[in-house]
Each structure stands twice: as C-alpha cells, then as structure tokens.
Design a binder for this molecule. Structure first.
Ligand code: NAD
Length: 454
C-alpha cells in the first residue's frame, strides 16, 4: 500500500487539486494520504475536504492528519512539499522594508527572478525547512521520492540534491505556457510537439512543431501581423495579471535572446522590464504583471478567495464536486506518483540535476527538462541545444544568483548579504546596503536569521 505524505498540506489551493486528482486516479486507490501542517485549522479543513470529496466520488483512499512532521514522514513512499515558512505576510514585510531603502519589490527581486514568492536571498527559513524535510526523509524513509513544489524550486532542488541522498524531483506547471502560445496562435495543442528547457522559471522554447513542421513561423507571423491588434484589446480587457505569455515583454525577450520564453520565464528578465510600475505596465499590460504592487495584490486576494470558497463549501451540505468538478487537472504531480509507484512510463517536465543533459551547464545544478519517469525513477533525455546568448546572458547569471543564495544559506555571514546587494543595479551607496541589511535583520521574526548572517 502506497503512503503519500503532504507537508504544508494547508496550502488549500494546492491540496484540493491534489485530492481531486488522487481520487480520480484508480490505480492509486487504496493509498494512505497523510496531511501535515503546523496550522491546525487549515489541516482540519483539508482533511474534512478530502474525506468528503473521496466519499462523493467513491474513491477508496485513507486520509490522516498530523502536526508531527517526523511521524508523517516515517515510511512514506512519496512526499510532497508545498510548505512555505513564514507565510506570505512575512515576506511582504521584508518587501516593505526593502522598498524604504530603494529596493523596489524587495532585495530578493533580481534579474531573472522577479517572481514575488520565489524567495532566495531572504529565504533563510524556507531553505532551512526544505532541507530539514529532506534530511528527515533521508533518515525515516530513505527510499521515498520527494516532490518539491514549494519555491524556490531551482535553488531547493539543487540544494537538496547536493546535501542529501533524498531522491528529489522539482515540479512546476509553468511549462504549460506552451498551451497559451498555441491557442493564441490558433494551433491545436494536440498537434504540437514542444520542448522548453533551462532552469525552473527560466525555460525557453527549444522545439515548437505543429504536425511535424517548425511552428516558430506562426509566432513570427503573429508578431508581424497580429500582435499590435492583440495587445490593443488585451490592454483594455486584462483581468488576470498572469495573462502575459504573449505580452510585449515575451516578444521582446524572444527578439533579444533568440527563443520564445515560456510560462514564468516571462515574469523574469532584466530590470529593463521592471524598473517601476509604469515600466511594468508597458511590458505586462494594465495590471503590470503578477509581480507588481497591483498584480501581486490580485494574486494574494485570489488565494484568499479560493481558500474561503473551499472553507465555505466544507460547511455547506451541497456536494463538493459542485465547487471542484471531478475532472483531472493538468498538474503532473499525481500522474508522476502513478508512474513512480505503478511503473507506468510517462514523459514529464521535471527539475533534476543536469548531469550533462545541457552541455553548457555544470552537472550539479538542477535543470528543468523533459524526462521519462517510471518505477525505477527519472531517465534524462537528449534535448536541443540552447543558443549561446541564452546561456551567457540568462542562464549563467541566474545560476550565479542561485549559487550565492545557497552559499548565503549554508555558510552565513553578513558578507554574503553584502555581496548580493552591492552588485544590485539599484544600489547607490554602501550605507544603503548596510541600512537595508540592518533593518531586515532586526525584524522580530528574523532573530535566528540575524545570528546566521552576523
Ligand atoms: P500558503 O502559505 O498558503 O501555504 C503554505 C502552507 O505551509 C501553510 O498551510 C503553512 O501553514 C504551511 N507551513 C508553514 N510552515 C510549515 C512547517 N514548518 N511545516 C509544515 N507546514 C508549514 O502558501 P501557497 O501560496 O499555497 O504557496 C506554497 C508554496 O507553493 C510556495 O512556496 C509557492 O511559491 C509554491 N508554488 C509553487 C508552484 C509550482 O508550480 N511549483 C505554484 C504556485 C505556488
């Protein structure tokens, strides 16, 4: 019998989808799903949701809940980590302090990582939590697979792969951006063959074929003849800040670096797209993209709304399937579990150590690539070659930030924070660097972090 453990299960938006997909996967029936979270209220909600949903769709699964992480992890076959240490408000406070010192969107936001909950340099507690979970797995269920969903997937997959023997796969749904590209171009996704590779949140469309023929020509044609009209209407109608896959920023990145950016990649880029709200609006539309003061508020409100909707549905005797209809999502988490546990071969977008797949990058860095997964694990496949421009101007600089963040976490010391900031294009003086470090480290929540960076 398979034991699946979810750490940070109170992430209701995630867990509800997970529960639905598990319930709708007959080959995983009979499994035990253990929810673990430090928040008892959220834990009870997801547990109640899961039990009722499973009974409505007649899925034979056992659900348990606990606040004891080690008990939850013991003898697991699969562990899903969706935990975010500190919660959104903690990071919003650090963002506010950073902005007082001239660091718009926070000291964490840097070139090729502008994503507001992809916490790197200020993610001390998040790194610690993820590494502790991986070390517990190493001890308590050494054969288990860790599916790392909590961000930063790039940093954490690399860190855990280097520091532990735990078998980890980092997962993200960003690559599904190829579906948006296809549908806006008027192409049937079923006839598309695509490949998008690089690092998590920094992936580039290395192959894009429609009915076996190169489909980049459709992108070029769209840019030449349709983009302006599309953007005119898009700017007027935009309701979703994440609706940026075919934004002017994406097209500009394509022109600059030579391949089309996919999914969250569009949210990154250099400061060219991010200086301030006005700049962000120019490139990402009226809501200024998700990683702006306007767009991020929409996202956090939406998370709260989703949470409230599910919490209300649990209190309501009406069927939960009305709120979450019994259709499989597009998330790959449950299909990957099925492949690993039931030895079903499937091809998935995964984050694993490079080990030579992308020739221009070191072996011990987590890359995002397609791979075959079955009962024996992950089998890397050959991928297309990335242009030199993407390697030198995008991936290597992003990799350097990852290495700095890992060093800051592992070694500590104030100089690691200082070096991070002194190379930041927003830095105007040494005093500015010292003041922002002092203010962030004197937050009451950062007592332990302050000792680490002393
Ligand atoms: P959230 O704060 O709503 O949920 C996180 C949960 O973690 C909470 O229930 C919290 O109580 C719990 N938690 C905190 N500390 C814990 C600990 N020590 N032990 C156990 N549980 C703990 O956050 P969210 O918005 O649901 O995001 C969760 C994570 O998922 C974030 O890192 C986010 O960036 C990431 N995310 C990943 C993807 C992806 O495709 N991989 C997509 C969206 C979000």
């Amino acid at each position: 019998m398979v034991k699946i453990t979810v750490i940070g299960a109170g992430s209701l938006a995630w867990s509800a989808t997970l529960v639905r997909d598990l319930c709708l996967t007959p080959s995983l029936r009979g499994s035990t799903v253990v929810f673990m979270d430090i928040n008892k209220e959220r834990l009870s909600l997801i547990d109640a949701f899961a039990k009722r949903y499973a009974s409505e769709v007649k899925a034979n699964l056992v659900f348990e809940k606990t606040t004891d992480r080690r008990a939850a992890l013991k003898d697991s076959d699969v562990v899903i980590n969706t935990a975010m240490a500190g919660g959104h408000s903690y990071y919003e406070n650090m963002r506010m302090i950073s902005e007082k010192h001239g660091y718009y969107r926070g000291i964490n936001s840097v070139e090729w990582n502008m994503v507001s909950d992809y916490h790197t340099i200020w993610g001390y507690y998040q790194f610690k939590l993820a590494l502790d979970i991986a070390r517990d797995i190493e001890e308590l269920s050494p054969e288990a697979w860790l599916l790392q969903l909590a961000n930063p997937v790039f940093e954490l997959t690399t860190l855990i792969s280097r520091e532990t023997k735990t078998r980890i796969i980092g997962l993200c749904h960003g690559h599904l951006g190829y579906l948006e590209i296809s549908s806006i171009l008027g192409l049937n996704p079923r006839n598309i063959d695509f490949e998008a590779i690089g690092f998590n949140h920094v992936i580039w469309l290395t192959r894009f074929k429609h009915d076996g023929e190169d489909a980049y020509r459709f992108i070029d044609d769209w840019i030449r003849n349709k983009a302006e009209e599309y953007w005119r209407i898009w700017r007027e109608d935009q309701v979703n800040p994440f609706d940026i896959q075919m934004s002017p920023a994406a097209v500009d990145m394509y022109r600059t670096y030579g391949l089309f950016p996919v999914g969250d990649t569009v949210r990154g880029g250099t400061w060219k797209y991010h200086w301030n709200l006005e700049t962000k609006r120019k490139w990402y539309g009226s809501l200024a993209g998700p990683d702006s003061e306007t767009g991020w508020k929409v996202y956090l409100d939406m998370l709260q709304y989703n949470f409230d909707t599910i919490a209300a549905a649990i209190k309501d005797p009406a069927p939960l399937t009305r709120v979450l209809p019994p259709n499989l999502s597009r998330e790959s988490v449950v299909p990957i579990i099925d492949s690993l546990m039931n030895d079903k071969v499937g091809t998935y977008q995964v984050n694993v150590l490079n080990m030579g797949v992308i020739a221009d990058l070191p072996d011990d860095v987590a890359v995002e690539i397609p791979a075959k997964v079955d009962g024996r694990g992950v089998h890397r496949m050959r991928v297309e070659k990335l242009p030199r421009r993407i390697v030198n101007y995008v991936l290597r600089p992003r990799m350097m930030r990852m290495e700095w963040a890992l060093e800051a976490f592992l070694d500590g010391g104030r100089d690691t924070l200082f070096e991070w900031l002194v190379t930041d294009t927003r830095t105007k003086s040494t005093e500015q660097v010292n003041q922002v470090i002092d203010d962030i480290l004197s937050m009451p929540e950062n007592l332990e972090m302050a000792k680490h960076f002393k």
